[in-house]
Ligand binder design. Structure first.
Ligand code: GLP
Length: 250
């Protein structure tokens, strides 16, 4: 049974394992979509959300959840990778969620990593989120260095969608998905911290002991540029769904 507690301003759900964390977080999204079928979802990539997406796919296949009226915005994308590249976040979303549910793919938005006009692409992404009415529920992972989306340590609280340079730590951590470290793009486009904080509800999912320091700092230390996830304490509807390992430092 998951344990629920409040740490400062944040509701924390501590699950037995990754499977329970996937189910808990999937239930939050499923409930939100049932209440508002045309929900605007903010979605994340990385290893962590894969099990949660599997839960959502299962619900959809069993007729318990309808994605048809929903739209989605992804947090980030690598610069230089085409949507067909198997490590692009567009490809990730198609293969891990969109291809398996009844979502209207024309309403799934991922930043264009091949754009020739970065400023315009980023500006239009922000405008488009606003035009859709803003993000209702945003899913986040967390990097081992406390990054959210690709907002690395040092990112300003006022940051918006923009191009960023990835840290050596993130390149190393993400190299497990590529042939080797040299293949990991050095730059990315990402929603900013201010963009993320405008979501009406935020769900941060973290599993595994390599996340425990980042989770602890985010929840228990004062907000600081060094730990981008620490700004989440200033959001008034933010939930952390953790497994026991990621919650180990609390
Ligand atoms: C990448 C993504 C983040 C994600 C992080 C952690 O850097 N841009 O959005 O939270 O990885 O990923 P993982 O779940 O694989 O640990």
């Amino acid at each position: 049974m998951a344990e629920r507690k409040r740490v400062g301003n944040i509701d924390v759900i501590i699950c037995e394992d990754e499977i329970e964390a996937a189910k808990e977080s999937a239930n939050i999204f499923a409930e939100a979509i049932r209440q508002k079928p045309n929900l605007v979802l903010g979605l994340a990539t990385g290893g962590t959300p894969v099990s949660m997406y599997k839960e959502l796919i299962k619900m959809n296949k069993e007729g318990e959840l309808d994605f048809f009226h929903a739209s989605t915005f992804n947090l980030d994308e690598y610069v230089g990778l085409s949507p067909e590249h198997d490590q692009s976040y567009r490809y990730f979303m198609n293969t891990n969620l969109f291809d398996h549910v009844n979502i209207d793919k024309s309403k799934t938005y991922v930043l264009d990593g091949l754009t020739k006009d970065i400023d315009r692409t980023c500006r239009e992404y922000e405008d488009f989120i606003k035009k859709q009415g803003g993000i209702d529920v945003q899913l986040l992972g967390i990097g081992a260095n406390g990054h959210i989306a690709f907002n690395e340590p040092g990112s300003s609280k006022d940051s918006r969608t923009r191009e960023v340079v990835l840290t050596e730590k993130t390149i190393k951590d993400n190299s497990r998905f590529f042939e080797d470290e040299s293949q990991v793009p050095r730059k990315a486009l990402t929603m900013g911290i201010a963009t993320i904080m405008e979501a009406r509800k935020i769900v941060l999912l973290a599993t595994g002991s390599n996340k425990k320091d980042a989770v602890k700092k985010a929840l228990q230390e004062a907000s600081s540029l060094e730990v981008p996830a620490s700004f989440l304490k200033e959001h008034d509807d933010c939930i952390f769904v953790l497994d026991k390992d990621a919650a180990g430092g609390l």
